[in-house]
Each structure stands twice: as C-alpha cells, then as structure tokens.
Write a protein that binds this ligand. Structure first.
Ligand code: NAD
Length: 482
C-alpha cells in the first residue's frame, strides 16, 4: 500500500461512536490480496457486545441527526462526496488490492459509489408529505415523513464501495444513523469511507463500522430492538436468514439478493451489439456481479454466428492482477469462488456442453473466461449463479420458449434481450419477471434508476427517487376539532 497518496485512509480498526477501536478480545481477521495471496493487514473481529456498543452510539447520534435540517444533512453529504472524488485514486487502489477488479473498473466503481451520495444529498431536500382531504370539515389530515431510525447496513465483497454508499447515502439523507458491517473480505474500502465521513464533518456516531466474522455481529444487528431497519446486499441464503432473524423485532427490510440473469439474443438482433452487450454484462468484475448474465439464450438462426463472434472476443481477454494496466479480468475473490466455477464448468461438460473458447490465465487465483456451447437447463449453471467468467450459450427456437426459460428460476433481478423488432420489444419486456430489464443494452445499473429484484432476488429498491423511501416512515397526522 506504499502507493497510497494518503496513507491515513487505510485503517485497520473499527469505527464506533467516533472512536477507532480494536476488539476487546484482541481478535483479528486477516485480509488478503486475491491477486498475490499476501496478507494486506487485519481487522478487529468484533463481538456481540461491541456491535451493541455501535448500535447504542448510532442510537445516541440519531436524536440530534434527525433534527438537523435537510439542508444541513445535504451539505455534509456533499462534502463527503467531494472528498470521495478528491481521494478517488486512493479509494480505487484500496478497492483493487482487496477485491481484485482491474483498476479501471475500480475507478468506475468509486465514481458510481460517490454518485449515490450526491444524488441523495439532493433528494434530502425533497422529502415532503401530503395534505389529504378529510371526511369531515372539522378535521385535517397530513402525512409526515420521518426517518426509520438506526439502520444496519450489511454489504458484500463484489462492490465494496458502491454497495455501501447506495445504502448509507439515502439513510443519512433521510435522517437515519447507521451501523455498517462490510464483508470481511473487503473491509478497507468501507473503513476508508468512514475516514472521509469523519473529515466531512458528519458527527460521531452517525456512521459506525463494525468488522469481523459475520454470524455474531449479524445476530446482534438483527435481534437488537434499537435497530429499526436492515438493509442487506448479498446472497439469497444469508438474506433469508437475516429476514428470519429480524422477524421477532419486525424490522423494515431491504434485501438485494442473488440473480440468475438471462441474456436473450433473438434472430433479428444486431449481432455485434449483442456481443458487446454480452461482454459487458457477463464479464464485468470477472463475472462477479449480481446482475451478470448467467444464462445466454440464443435463437437457433444466429446461434453459431453469435458463438463464434463472442468466442473470438473471450479468447482474447487479458487476465491478471487488477493493478496491471490492460487486464480485463482480475483474480476471483477466493478459493471457494474458483471451486464453484470449476464445478459448474465440469458439470456442464459432463452433461454435453463444449468449451468453444477459452482465454489464457496466469498462475494464481484466476478463472479462465470461457464460452460454453450446448448448455441445457439440466446443468447446474442454469439454476445457480456461477459468479465467474463463464458464458454458457443455450439454444432456443421460439420467443415463448425463451421467455419460459428466462423466467424459469426462483430469481428475478436483471434480464437483458436483443431484438430490432418493436412489437417483440414490448411483449418480451412485459413478459419477463424481473426487477430490471435491459433492451439492446447490457447495463442496467445507474444512480437515477431503481435497482432491485423480485421473487428470491429481494425486496425494495435502491437508487433513484425510490431509494430514500426505504429509510422513511409515513406518519398520518390527524387534527380534529377545528
Ligand atoms: P454473502 O451473502 O455471503 O455475504 C454478504 C454479506 O453478508 C457479507 O458482509 C457477509 O459477511 C455477511 N454475512 C454472511 N453471513 C452472515 C450472517 N450470518 N449474518 C450477518 N451477515 C452475514 O454474499 P457475498 O458472497 O459477499 O456476495 C455475493 C452475493 O451477493 C451474490 O449472491 C450476489 O448476487 C449478491 N449481490 C446482490 C446484489 C444486489 O444488489 N441484488 C449486489 C451485489 C451482490
């Protein structure tokens, strides 16, 4: 980390009530650079008692934070946004070192992450209520919007910066205070955001960051009645566990969970555009994104041509350390991720798929980008997220068949399709059971559009105007006897 311009951004302590702390037990968790396998440093492995202290700090800060004017909260968020931009290079480097993605992608994530803080600083000024005509003349009815309260923010390793700001931006704008629990694989991006929040002048206790192994911390965050909201991004397995753990205290929940995105190429598609879209949606972050195309469905008439064009691009991909310019794909996050990818490819090949293209990879924690032809719905990769650079091509004959395959999983996060036919565009967009649908584009993530899924992909929406509502309660205020 010698290359950091501001070394103070790399913190190896948790942030509770404005104090940077170690675990009382002295326990730590090591953080590893996935490109080299070297230990970057440690983080405190906090207990339930320390998590409780963070919740209490957030609760103490809530009393005054919610009373600040929207303009004051917005001004502090704007300052935080400016600092993220000023330190973008350092934030990107920390992100690449702990997560692995190419630096160019990390820079993109920092800009994307910061954009949520800016957006919700602006939205803070637009929190309003309504006046409802009352049933009798002597009454008035108003709705007031109030912050939900202390919010637990639990985030994954694949977007260690943006998944935090997409939650904390609206939470703070709404007047909530937060306890963030970042992934134990990528805590340093979160802690650097904590340093910048402090420098921005966001008061102590408004942003708390607890680190360590998740089960004990998560159990406290969900059981503690002071926490009124849990916002989680991660796997469906953990999301439903947190939902169950939150049930006894009936917390508000936002769950951004796993996906299994279909990417449908119809016979009438612009094939070169479809190949570009497939590359973008499949291989960004090495295929480790929740909106990644997991199943590429190609109509019979263009199947071979599409496979050839995609295969040529995939075989030419450069794989290596994210810090080395020119690499398209970095290391996978850990050995378990590599094992899952290998299992999916082996299962597909055993069931009749062919490796039609494969890129070279160096020694280390790398997965080869591959195109698999002859994929079928019986294969494991059809029903589970691979979370790696594997592009399986499924052949279909009719539009109805494509839609049925696309909808045929428990997930409903993102779906993509390519067609030049306007009638088909409407039909298919309406038939797809997903929270986000991309027509002739492989990108659906932007600050201004609601992000979220249906079915087992989750509850609630982030970003856009909808994002701040997740942190607001509606209070109906009835005035009588007028
Ligand atoms: P994960 O569910 O393993 O972990 C996510 C977070 O939950 C981490 O901070 C982890 O430490 C924590 N966690 C794990 N067990 C916990 C417990 N018992 N109590 C409390 N917290 C616990 O997911 P991951 O492997 O970090 O991320 C990959 C998954 O996230 C994929 O399924 C991906 O699709 C999903 N994801 C979804 C979105 C979205 O917006 N829908 C975005 C990014 C990633």
């Amino acid at each position: 980390m010698t290359a950091l311009k501001d070394k103070d951004l790399l913190r190896q302590q948790a942030l509770i009530g404005g104090n940077w702390v170690d675990a009382a037990s002295g326990a730590v968790v090591q953080v590893t650079d996935p490109a080299t396998g070297q230990v970057m440093g440690t983080i405190p492995d906090l207990s339930a008692a320390e998590t409780r202290a963070a919740i209490d700090a957030a609760d103490a800060a809530f009393a005054s934070w919610k009373k600040r004017s929207h303009a004051e909260r917005a001004a502090l968020l704007e300052r935080w946004f400016d600092l993220m931009n000023q330190h973008a290079e350092d934030l990107a480097l920390i992100l690449t070192l702990e997560q692995g993605k190419p630096l160019s992608e990390a820079r993109g994530e920092i800009a994307y992450g910061a954009s949520f803080v800016k957006w919700f600083a602006e939205e803070a000024r637009r929190i309003d209520g309504t006046v409802i005509p009352a049933p009798t003349n002597d009454r008035r009815i108003l709705t007031l919007k109030e912050p939900v309260g202390v919010s637990a923010i639990i985030t994954p390793w694949n977007f260690p910066n943006a998944m935090i700001t997409r939650k904390v931006g609206p939470a703070l704008a709404a007047g909530c205070t937060v306890v963030i629990k970042p992934s134990e694989f990528t805590p340093y991006s979160a802690l650097a955001l904590g340093v910048l929040a402090e420098r921005a002048g966001i008061p102590a206790g408004v942003v708390n960051i607890v680190t360590g192994m998740p089960a004990e911390i998560g159990a406290e965050l969900t059981a503690n009645p002071t926490v009124r909201k849990v916002s989680f991004t991660g796997s469906t397995r953990v999301g439903s566990l947190l939902m169950a753990q939150s049930a006894p205290t009936v917390k508000r929940l936002s769950l951004e969970l796993g996906g299994n995105a279909p990417f449908i190429v119809f016979d009438d598609a612009d094939l070169d555009a479809a190949v570009e879209g497939a590359i973008a949606s499949k291989f960004r972050n090495g295929g480790q994104t929740c909106v990644c195309s997991n199943r590429i469905l190609v109509q019979a008439g263009v199947y071979d041509a599409f496979a050839e064009k995609l295969g040529a691009k995939v075989a030419a991909m450069k794989v290596g350390p994210g810090t080395q310019a020119g690499n398209d794909i970095g290391p996978m996050i850990n050995r378990a991720a590599l094992d899952k990818i290998a299992r999916h490819v082996a299962d597909a090949v055993a069931k009749g798929a062919t490796v039609a293209a494969r890129a070279e990879i160096p020694e280390g924690q790398y997965a080869a980008p591959v195109v698999l032809t002859g994929a079928t719905t019986e294969m494991e990769l059809a029903s589970e997220e691979t979370f790696g650079p594997v592009a399986p091509l499924f052949r279909f004959e009719t539009e109805d068949e494509a839609v049925a395959i696309a909808n045929g999983t428990p997930f409903g996060l993102a779906a993509y399709f390519y067609t030049e036919n306007i009638r088909r565009a409407w039909r298919v967009a309406e038939a797809l059971e997903f929270g986000m649908v991309g027509l002739n584009t492989g990108a659906v993530s932007t600050t201004v559009s609601p992000f979220g899924g249906v079915k087992s992909s989750g509850l609630g929406r982030e970003g856009a105007r909808a994002g701040i509502e997740e942190y607001l309660e509606v209070k109906a205020f009835h005035m009588g006897g007028l």
